[in-house]
Design a protein around this ligand. Structure first.
Ligand SMILES: C[S@@+](CC[C@H](N)C(=O)[O-])C[C@H]1O[C@@H](n2cnc3c(N)ncnc32)[C@H](O)[C@@H]1O
Length: 296
């Protein structure tokens, strides 16, 4: 268990938390989780400080996405953070879609839901399904979502690009659309920064290795940091896999893949043998929080 009080003090002194995890040899995913959880609230504050920049970034993304999302589709935002970007782009999406979003950090989703209640398009905010999960093991069935997207959430996962892309492709039945930093088009200074921060590299190569077809890639115009330029990567899932998406996509156990059933304040699969808690209405669907329960 990590000492959160010590890390929060370090964060408030301006130290780099992910770096501290790297130095102590701890699992990088845990480093990402703690570093982002400690920042909770920062992105919402950022939106209020620069409303114009937020609108420019999310309108550009929204205009791109609206050409790929159809009425009655399901859309999954992976690593949604504080739901800021998703709230901004919601205004460009068609009616009658099912919107799902998850993040490693429960605190960020909590903050984000309050933000979304004000900033997301009303019909989508009401139906939005949020949950805690890792991109490494998305608790949804194979090919269950029409459009899977990310916005700078693959970013801190250097070294695991192919594994995460395989998982995004597994749950998608049509498209995966990434808004992620571009190593390929970055300057030397930008690349040094990406290296220092442990950011992803060479997405086109990893997309191909993961079995995706990169249909198009282009830079976004509205970026907040020129050292971290955003590219949009439009990936198609192979033709044979197309459209098996479902209405009311069920959660599955991230360990066994078995369907989970809802019981009051937890989700459980009898055949999988694990239960998962629900906190503040948010299912916590990570393997590390699974509770052994073979009989109810
Ligand atoms: C730079 S923020 C971007 C948040 C949001 N997508 C946005 O556009 O504002 C990165 C987010 O990705 C999440 N994240 C990073 N790696 C992840 C992983 N492997 N699984 C789930 N979430 C992850 C972090 O917790 C963090 O909230």
């Amino acid at each position: 268990m990590v000492d959160i009080k010590r890390l929060r003090d370090a964060y408030q002194r301006g130290e780099n938390i992910t770096q501290k995890f790297k130095e102590s040899g701890l699992n990088t995913l845990q480093g990402i989780e703690v570093a982002y959880d400690l920042q909770s609230g920062g992105y919402v504050q950022g939106v209020y400080k620069d409303l114009k920049g937020f609108k420019a970034y999310t309108s550009e993304m929204g205009e791109i996405l609206k050409d790929h999302v159809c009425s009655l589709d399901s859309v999954l935002d992976c690593g949604t953070g504080e739901l800021t970007t998703l709230s901004g782009i919601s205004h460009y999406l068609p009616n009658d879609i099912e919107l799902l979003a998850f993040d490693l950090s429960l605190s960020r989703i909590n903050v984000g839901r309050r933000f979304a209640a004000r900033a997301m398009r009303g019909d989508l905010a009401v139906k939005l399904r949020t949950f805690v999960a890792a991109i490494d093991r998305i608790p949804l069935p194979d090919k269950s979502v029409n459009v899977v997207m990310t916005s700078h959430s693959l970013e801190p996962n250097f070294g695991r690009e192919q594994q995460l892309l395989q998982e995004l492709l597994r749950v998608s039945c049509r498209k995966v659309i990434l808004f992620e930093p571009s190593w390929e088009n970055n300057t030397d200074d930008g690349r040094s920064r990406m290296e220092r921060l442990g950011y992803i590299r060479d997405l086109p190569k990893h997309i191909e290795a993961a079995g995706g077809y990169l249909k198009n890639v282009f830079p976004l115009q509205n970026i907040s940091n020129p050292l971290n330029p955003t590219n949009c990567y439009i990936i198609e899932v192979s033709q044979g896999d197309i459209n098996q998406s479902k209405i009311d996509i069920p959660f599955v156990c991230p360990i066994s893949g078995e369907h989970l059933n809802h019981f009051g304040n937890y989700l459980w699969s009898e055949s999988g043998g694990y239960a998962y808690p629900i906190i503040e209405g948010i299912p916590i669907l990570r393997d590390k929080y699974a509770i052994l329960m073979t009989l109810k």
